[in-house]
Design a protein around this ligand. Structure first.
Ligand SMILES: Cc1ncc(COP(=O)(O)O)c(C=O)c1O
Length: 445
């Protein structure tokens, strides 16, 4: 346990780190610039000419409203995410897991945010920004449906019409979330191209944006896409680590040894890591979906995983240079994960850079380990996690010896949306800690 002195020193360091990151070097009145959107060799703005005006307008709005709080934008965002969203979310000690692994495990409970996942932090921020920009229509893509749901909720809350593009395959995997979007008054448009998952949904939403740039804002759902999206989404999501850092120091008197979060595009990951990046003693683990195998079948164009940080190579996807699952000709290969929210062939450019720099360690667990993690957290802590989140608990189980004495894990979302998938996937596999599934065999009757 450390003293009050150490505690306030830790908080001070958090403050000065955030200041450095935003490029301020003087007093309070300094203007903060949006920068060029490069993270080392990654990031950038690889978009068709037709989108450049929209990207320019958005970069300007990000700089004015988000970075410089013009018109009190950030004050309104913080008020709304508190009152509508329910922030701050708790940091909870996981008693049973701490005992099981003989290490202190703390859970950052983003599953308790309104809507059941971290996605609202970003969706509310962007829909509010669209209002400040005078836009009249919101579009979004969604994979697991959590971002679509969060955007639909934010759009209803702020009285904006909203259309969500979703791959046909994901619509079938995530029916409750499709209904939630519709209940909130959003249109859901199925995307039938390719495999019908997140990659195709993003491409389709970009096409809509390019056609309707005048009145429409595209609320992208992760730290991906052209600048300023990766940085802006990270900024909205960094409330997670702003709170978690203060909460863990308050609770234990010191910083944690490690911070763990699952990684699809990487928005909960960057949000959970951001305020710890300057704390070199804190190890950061991004847990990707290892799927059924890490091998890539280049001939078939299939990677039975979504581990782009662990196994991908450099290329351009959805407007940014980053790490990707691709074949030798640069064609994006099909990814796979038991969790639709991690099922994406790319990853945010900042994460790719932090991995190259050695600041973030990319790790992965397979579908079975994620399902075991899902059942373990449900049984031992009374928290049913999203299948995306369950990957972080699969990693905790396999590598708790390497995480030090105190670990913070982000519970990025709750698992209600995944119950159908969890029944189906658990029934067809041999998951050692699953409950008796015999009543579900042969399908739900
Ligand atoms: C609960 C949850 N966690 C994690 C993710 C992965 O997204 P990201 O890597 O952007 O946090 C998703 C995506 O839908 C999700 O719903």
């Amino acid at each position: 346990m450390s003293s009050e002195g150490e505690r306030s020193e830790a908080s001070d360091r958090a403050g000065s780190k955030a200041t450095r990151e935003n490029g301020r070097d003087g007093g309070d009145g300094d203007h903060v610039s949006a920068g060029d959107g490069k993270f080392g060799r990654y990031g950038g703005q690889y978009v068709p000419e037709a989108l450049m005006p929209a990207i320019g307008e958005l970069t300007d709005a990000y700089e004015r409203y988000v970075l410089n709080n013009e018109g009190g934008f950030m004050d309104e965002f913080r008020r709304r995410i508190r009152e509508f969203g329910g922030r701050p979310t708790p940091l909870q000690r996981a008693d049973r897991l701490s005992e099981r692994y003989d290490t202190e495990v703390y859970l950052k409970r983003e599953d308790l945010l309104h809507g059941g996942a971290h996605k609202l932090n970003n969706a509310l921020g962007q829909v509010l920004l669209a209002k400040y920009m005078g836009k009249e229509r919101i579009i979004a893509e969604t994979g697991a449906g959590q971002h679509g749901t969060a955007t639909a909720m934010a759009a209803a809350h702020l009285d904006m019409p909203c259309e969500v593009y979703m791959g046909e395959r994901d619509i079938n995997r995530q029916r409750p979330n499709v209904f939630r979007m519709k209940i909130n008054g959003s249109a859901v448009t199925p995307v039938t191209t390719g495999r019908g998952t997140l990659k195709e949904a993003i491409s389709e939403t970009m096409r809509d944006w390019a056609t309707n740039v005048e009145d429409t804002h595209y609320v992208i759902g992760s730290v991906v896409g052209p600048h300023p999206f990766p940085r802006m989404v990270r900024d909205f999501q960094s409330l997670i680590s702003e709170e978690a850092r203060e909460q863990i120091v308050d609770r234990t008197g010191a910083l944690p040894d490690s911070v763990v979060a699952c990684a699809g595009g990487g928005s909960n990951t960057m949000g959970t890591f951001h305020n710890f990046i300057g704390d070199e003693a804190v190890d950061l683990f991004a847990v990707e979906a290892g799927g059924s195998s890490l091998a890539v079948d280049a001939e078939e164009g299939v990677a039975p995983n979504s581990a782009s940080l662990s196994t991908g190579s450099e290329g351009v996807l959805h407007g940014a240079r980053t790490k990707l699952l691709q074949d030798h000709d640069g064609q994006i290969v099909e990814s796979h994960s038991v969790s639709s929210g991690l099922d994406y062939a790319g990853v945010g450019p900042e994460l790719a850079h932090l991995v190259d720099e050695g600041r973030v360690t990319p790790v992965n667990v397979d579908d079975d380990a994620a399902l075991e993690g899902f059942h373990r957290l449900s049984q031992e802590e009374g928290i049913i996690p999203a299948l995306e989140t369950a990957h972080a608990f699969g990693y905790l189980h396999e590598h708790h010896d390497e995480l030090g004495d105190v670990t913070v894990i982000n519970v990025s979302g709750r698992g209600d949306k995944d119950l159908d998938t969890a029944i189906e996937e658990t029934t067809k596999r041999d998951i050692p800690n699953a409950p008796d599934m015999s009543m579900f065999e042969g399908g739900l009757r």
